[in-house]
Design a protein around this ligand. Structure first.
Ligand code: DGL
Length: 273
């Protein structure tokens, strides 16, 4: 049997948002192999109950272990990280399981100068207050203002990454957070779909607000954990395998825009979890 070091790392999201994390993992861990699952049949996670999201995340991780013998799991979804990280870490204690919230919270705490951080995320992630807790665990004095921006997920899934409609929806969501005195100087993109809108968000906010996305911090944390557990790959990477829970065509079309090249159809497999 091949060594566990050469097993793939499982990465999942409800859709294409987690590709922002996958991209950073490719850069940081070029020798590793990945299997990416987009739960396209059940997107959005952001409007689902905590119990439902935990169940989806458990089903996906069981699938990864059973069919792909993963050596580590990256939850490339803030909503699933907010609801299911602890449950997955307990159930799958044999492998490192990482979420995206703590790495983003750490980056935001390091970036803020006026001790006021804004977080935009899905309804579910905002409701969970996971960011408030993660930031308070690092520095209790920091104020956090959050806004649920569920419609931004749909814009990204549609591939509407720019244009007047996208700009006005961004403005509608961000205006209340950045209006008045003592507004935040740091904004966390608390949903892995949102980095795809980062250029338009930065354009709206101007240069005085630092915009944080979790991707590179999660990738660094993954490398750190693999090093610590002596799980780094000893072989060359294999091509990433993509799994989707609904028909591959839509995923291939939108993911291709984001990845900058068309995805090879033979690498995208439709599965049920
Ligand atoms: N990409 C997701 C997140 O980071 C979820 C989007 C959704 O399914 O609502 O929360």
């Amino acid at each position: 049997m091949a060594s566990l070091n050469d097993a793939p790392i499982g990465v999942f999201d409800s859709g294409i948002g987690g590709l922002t994390v996958l991209n950073a993992l490719w850069q940081t861990l070029p020798q590793e192999s990945f299997v990416y699952l987009a739960d396209t049949a059940r997107i959005p996670y952001g409007t689902k109950s905590r119990e439902a999201v935990i169940q989806y995340a458990q089903q996906i991780c069981r699938q990864f272990i059973r069919h792909h013998r993963i050596k580590a799991l990256v939850i490339a979804c803030n909503t699933a990280s907010a609801h299911a990280l602890t449950t997955l870490q307990q159930e799958f204690s044999d492998i490192p399981v990482l979420g995206v919230i703590t790495p983003s919270a750490m980056a935001a705490v390091n970036a803020t100068r006026n001790q006021h951080i804004a977080v935009i995320a899905t309804e579910g992630a905002v409701r969970s207050r996971a960011y408030e807790e993660a930031i308070a665990a690092l520095d209790k004095k920091i104020r956090v203002s959050s806004e649920a921006c569920q419609l931004l997920v749909s814009l990204v899934e549609e591939g509407w990454l720019e244009g007047d409609i996208t700009d006005s929806i961004i403005q509608r969501y961000l205006q209340p957070l950045f209006n008045g005195n003592n507004t935040p100087d740091t904004l966390v993109l608390g949903c892995t779909h949102f980095p795809l809108l980062k250029p338009r968000i930065e354009n709206y906010l101007g240069k005085n607000v630092v915009v944080i996305d979790s991707a590179s911090n999660v990738a660094k944390e993954t490398r750190h954990l693999l090093e610590q557990r002596q799980l780094l790959s000893t072989e060359h990477s294999k091509p990433t395998q993509f799994l989707v829970t609904d028909s591959p065509q839509r995923f291939i079309a939108t993911a291709g825009i984001f990845l900058g090249n068309s995805l090879d159809e033979s690498k995208v497999q439709h599965i049920s979890v």
